[in-house]
Design a protein around this ligand. Structure first.
Ligand SMILES: *Cc1c(COP(=O)(O)O)cnc(C)c1O
Length: 386
């Protein structure tokens, strides 16, 4: 059997007529940059995210960069964030000339520890860039409280979290900016690069729209030094089709996560052998209580001993996995100038060594999930690997 990490061909087959018609309409219009599809996409994503305004941009990375530029953040400034994330989070901060300042993660949720933020605030701190990793929102109440007390901007890196909820509030709607990615492998992926910034603030939204088009307002009169961060109509048209299916896909991902949990139990793989994702109670109907939080499982990440050996064992059996992420950002070569060393953020380093993402895409079948868990059980129960 073959179980890829992600099966985008299956998704395309399911919605092919809708996608093909939307793409054809863009070609008929020959309107490729910004335009009505982008405006419709901005409205739809903003509404979906419980935000007032949306600004379509060229990628999730550019969404982060433009949010920082919009606040004039640059050389001499500091932005607090997590080292356990995709490079673009801290990369975007460094590209503006500002300094990424890291705080370690909570080992259960993999999100940054809000209680460690305040210790890193200095006179130079301008913003907190919080990441909702794997589709689970960070603990936003204390983040917002600290930001308010120190007058800091909050940028949500929601690249993995469109539709995720924290106490009934959607990813992107709580901070000053919410940044989404439409990279094809994200849970709302386009047919190429694309992204969106959402905000509740009309003045910020107006500046963003100018900033993404060279800071021009009106045309050829440059108010700010912006850039070309525009979203293509083709990407917007694809996202407009896919957004209608997103809640079904998110539900399927949640069901797949619950099925993995059940299969691990049935295979005798307790949490001492396989650490499962931490789930807000309301995502798991089998548990009592309700915090009105919603994990949308952009990834289903487990923690195991002998992670690398398990990965190659699964790969030999046709099972795709991935490590998100093998090197925490404070230990990346390009950030050597920050002067960090191994041991500075132990929970991030441990997570980088022990975690692996399993296939969780909506079209995953019972048979495929059973095959994945059976292979993991065989590996972990053999004497050499437990
Ligand atoms: C994917 C991702 C980004 C970047 O998005 P792109 O669209 O690939 O530029 C930023 N942050 C996180 C956490 C991501 O997962």
């Amino acid at each position: 059997m073959n179980v890829p990490l992600l099966d985008l061909k299956a998704q395309y087959q399911a919605i092919k007529p809708e996608i093909d018609a939307a793409v054809r309409a863009v070609f008929e219009s020959q309107y490729f940059i910004l335009g009505p599809e982008v405006v419709a996409c901005e409205k739809a994503i903003a509404e979906y995210s419980q935000a007032a305004h949306g600004c379509g941009v060229s990628s999730g990375t550019d969404a982060l960069v433009i949010a920082l530029m919009n606040e004039g953040i640059g050389a001499g400034d500091e932005v607090i964030t997590t080292p356990y994330t995709f490079f673009a989070t801290a990369g975007s901060i460094a590209r503006t000339g500002a300094k990424p300042v890291f705080v370690d993660i909570d080992p259960e949720t993999y999100n940054l520890r809000a209680d460690q933020i305040e210790g890193k605030v200095t006179a130079k701190t301008k913003a907190i860039m919080v990441v909702h990793l794997y589709g689970l929102m960070a603990d936003m109440d204390p983040v917002m409280e600290i930001a308010k007390r120190h007058n800091l901007v909050v940028i949500e890196d929601a690249a993995q979290a469109v539709g995720s909820e924290y106490k009934g509030r959607r990813a992107g709607s709580i901070g000053d900016y919410g940044c989404f990615s439409f990279f094809p492998s994200k849970n709302l992926g386009g047919a190429g690069d694309g992204g969106m910034v959402v905000t509740q603030d009309a003045a910020r939204a107006e500046k963003l729209a100018t900033m993404r088009n060279h800071g021009m307002k009106p045309k050829y009169y440059n108010k700010y030094i912006g850039g070309n961060f525009r979203l293509d109509a083709l990407q917007a048209a694809v996202i407009n089709v896919k957004l209608k299916h997103l809640d079904d896909w998110s539900r399927a991902r949640q069901q797949n996560a619950l099925r993995y949990n059940r299969l691990f139990e049935e295979a005798g793989l307790g949490t001492e052998l396989v650490t499962r994702p931490w789930v807000p109670r309301s995502t798991d109907p089998s548990q009592a209580g309700d915090c009105s939080c919603r994990h949308i499982f952009n990834q289903y990440v487990i923690r195991v001993k002998a992670r690398d050996a398990l990965r190659s064992y699964l790969s030999d059996r046709g099972i795709g996995t991935e490590i998100y992420y093998p090197v925490p950002l404070h230990l990346q070569e390009c950030f050597a100038y920050l002067g960090h060393r191994a041991g500075d953020f132990p929970e991030s380093e441990k997570a980088a060594d022990e975690t692996v993402a399993l296939p969780i895409y909506p079209e995953l079948t019972d048979e495929q999930a059973g095959y994945v868990v059976a292979a993991i059980a065989t590996f972990l129960k053999s004497d050499n690997n437990a």
